[in-house]
Design a protein around this ligand. Structure first.
Ligand SMILES: [Zn+2]
Length: 298
């Protein structure tokens, strides 16, 4: 009898609702970038942008996380208007350089609202969007989710008030849009040994399931999201820290960003993986993203 009573006190794991039910990988279509951009080079960015003739494909991915408190996006993809509206980028130099660093293969179907509706999700149900960094290929869906809280690091947000953010591919007119509920946040310090490498963290839902960590280098305020869910492998949505998970393992730096800071961030992520064996690092522009998420969540 005593054994039965003890047994009954323990919650049935099948009945405990998980914090996160699923993660979907969404796509804004695909693009091409120069080999030097993706895999690095000794050449400075302007030189390879103007002279390179080698193009490699990249996916344009972002992520939908079904959390029990509401739907969360990690980035919002690209606005297809960039491919059809000649004035999407207001500065001529930006329009000129865009054609030299990207060939875009996106259609109107690749809009955030269409992608969500295809998954059966009403854009109005997005409660929070975490923005890994403010580059145009991560903020393109903001207009479809005016009700969502938009989380960005304070360091990244500070770039908007710099003299020429558009020179860093930060298009103020598509970021600081009327009604957008931006909430730049400071990181909270921690003495958790798991996070000792990082300057702090931000807990999105307050339950430890989605922790934002500073992973600068691609941009000064870039962040990654550490997802932990019982029964899954730990996942790090890494934004553009690297373009492919294997490049992080190899220590191969891309052709843009701050090389010294990126190297430090690579080392921090490797240390995190020592603490969390099996950590699956998922960059936004890695063709394996969908397979990696499927592998980690089964
Ligand atoms: Zn990107």
């Amino acid at each position: 009898m005593a054994m039965t009573a003890d047994h009954q006190k323990k919650p049935d794991p099948q009945l405990v609702e998980p914090a996160i039910r699923s993660i979907d990988v969404l796509s804004s279509g695909w693009a091409e970038q120069h080999e030097e951009h993706r895999y690095g080079t000794w050449k400075p960015p302007l030189l390879w942008a103007l002279t390179s003739r080698s193009w490699v494909k990249l996916p344009l991915s972002y992520f939908l996380i079904d959390h029990r408190d509401g739907q969360v996006l990690f980035d919002t993809g690209l606005d297809p208007a960039i491919a059809t509206d000649p004035n999407y980028i207001s500065q001529w130099i930006g329009r000129f350089l865009l054609r030299r660093i990207f060939r875009l293969h996106i259609s109107d179907d690749d809009r955030l609202d269409s992608k969500l509706e295809r998954l059966g999700v009403d854009p109005k149900d997005i409660r929070t969007a975490v923005i890994s960094h403010l580059h145009f290929d991560h903020i393109g869906g903001l207009a479809h989710i005016p009700q969502a809280k938009l989380l960005v690091s304070e360091r990244e947000w500070a770039q908007l008030s710099g003299p020429h953010p558009e020179r860093e591919w930060i298009l103020r007119e598509h970021i600081d849009i009327p009604g957008a509920q931006w909430q730049p946040f400071p990181y909270q310090p921690t003495d958790d040994p798991l996070l000792e490498e990082f300057e702090g963290f931000h807990d999105v839902a307050g339950d430890g399931s989605m922790l934002l960590l500073p992973t600068p280098g691609h941009t000064p305020g870039s962040l990654s999201m550490l997802i932990r869910q019982h029964g899954w492998k730990p996942i790090l949505l890494a934004g553009d820290v690297t373009y492919e998970a294997r490049l992080l393992d190899q220590g191969t730096l891309p052709g843009i960003g701050d090389a010294k800071t990126l190297k430090e961030t690579y080392a921090k992520i490797r240390r995190l993986r020592e603490h969390l064996p099996g950590l699956v690092v998922v960059p936004s522009h890695d063709f394996a993203a969908t397979d990696m998420i499927a592998d980690a969540t089964h």
